[in-house]
Write a protein that binds this ligand. Sequence first.
Ligand code: GLN
Length: 493
Amino acid sequence: MTDLTQLGVKDIRDGVRSGAFTAREVAEGFNAAVAEAAVLNAFIVTTPDHALAAADKVDAARAAGAELGAMAGVPIGMKDLFATNGVQTTAASHILEGFTPRYESTVSQKLWDAGAGMLGKLNLDQFAMGSSNETSYFGNVTSPWKKAGSNAAMSPGGSSGGSSTAVAARIAPAATGTDTGGSIRQPAAFTGICGIKPTYGRCSRWGIVAFASSLDQAGPMARSVEDCAIMLGAMAGFDPKDATSLQMDVPDWEAALNADLRGKKVGIPREYRMEGTDQAILDSWEQGKAWLRDAGAEIVDVSLPHTKYALPAYYIVAPAEASSNLARYDGVRYGLRDLPDGSGLQDMYAATRAAGFGDEVKRRILIGTYVLSAGFYDAYYTQAQKVRALVARDFERAFQECDVILAPTTPTASFPLGSMNEDPLTMYLNDVFAVPASLAGLPAMSVPAMLNEHGLPLGLQLVGRPFDEQGVLNAGLAIQQRAGFTAKPEKWW
Ligand code: GLN
């Protein structure tokens, strides 16, 4: 029998539907793979019983002749930013340790309704702040990939690094991610998998621990474009509980996949040729153009003139929103409470927050409160909002000349854990290509292109018009078919 843990979403769902294997066999296989891979630290908690119970439900439904959902029998990893009923939800922070929600996030509920089960809660950068998975209270996540000739532990990217590691290591066929400024696309690129951030508002934010509410979007991470299309379909949809949720029907992205790009124009933003970008990344971009041309697309130059201001604007807007969102963690309602002897309420707030938040989270709160403070609001926050509008306008103009934009996902491949921590700005720069689409709320995807000279994966990014996930997925499929990316990390765990 084939090793079921090598299968992706579509193959598992189709196999369960046809009866080639049972959902229970799949769940058992992945539960065992998860247990074997503890050294990667991809999961904060594992939930094998959740996966088995969901599988048994699917097997029983099939036996009863019922129609099976889009994710039937697919056990997935759930980023520990999604509230899961009865299962600890921490955002990888000490301040939420022991917090067990009594409700389920809309996105996770939709996935369970579609027949998926949960292998466990995936590790991440604390409150999704980071690009390397080194800010988690529960320890670093280690990528399954190694640099050729080196045994150094590599970064799986962040903040969805537990998700990228689990999917790349074949201990989960797919996982949820969230993307505020690149956290689905950058870890996907680092680990040779696919990930799509849909248009802002496609997936409900209800029940997802908030980082920067005007930017946060959930999306799938999986090993193929088809698998992303299927899973995104199960995650998306209007939710009255989220005021920014889009009141739009969810198209059948899987059914409409089409890699024939004749008549389509692909824009190449000239401002993305930035200093500090690896030559191998530039080469992969050239290769990407050739692949899309081969698929029938016309390649055109476009300009996104405010690109260089996007990252600084993001690092004002996102911390500002975070400082406000994180005010609720005060020792009163959730998780940790630090109440020094003989102290009062103010002391409890201070002690709890001092002990509960990690350094990067504190840095963001400090930046956020600073840029929102009375004397600096106009100079920083208002200014950053203006820049954000200009970045969005750049894209609007570019999309008058093209249908989809092709760019690198990141300026470099994965790096060893611990190698980028000298200066936070170096780490922030990793998101330079990802952040503009976040500020503009656009759908964007990373697709694996090739390995670099050190045997590490490189991703290509596609950005689409608002609501045009289909255009992004189709161009992604055209790349996938031509890249033939089948490399996987050699098992060392
Ligand atoms: N790495 C970026 C940050 O630290 C983006 C994180 C994210 O998208 N959640 O803010």
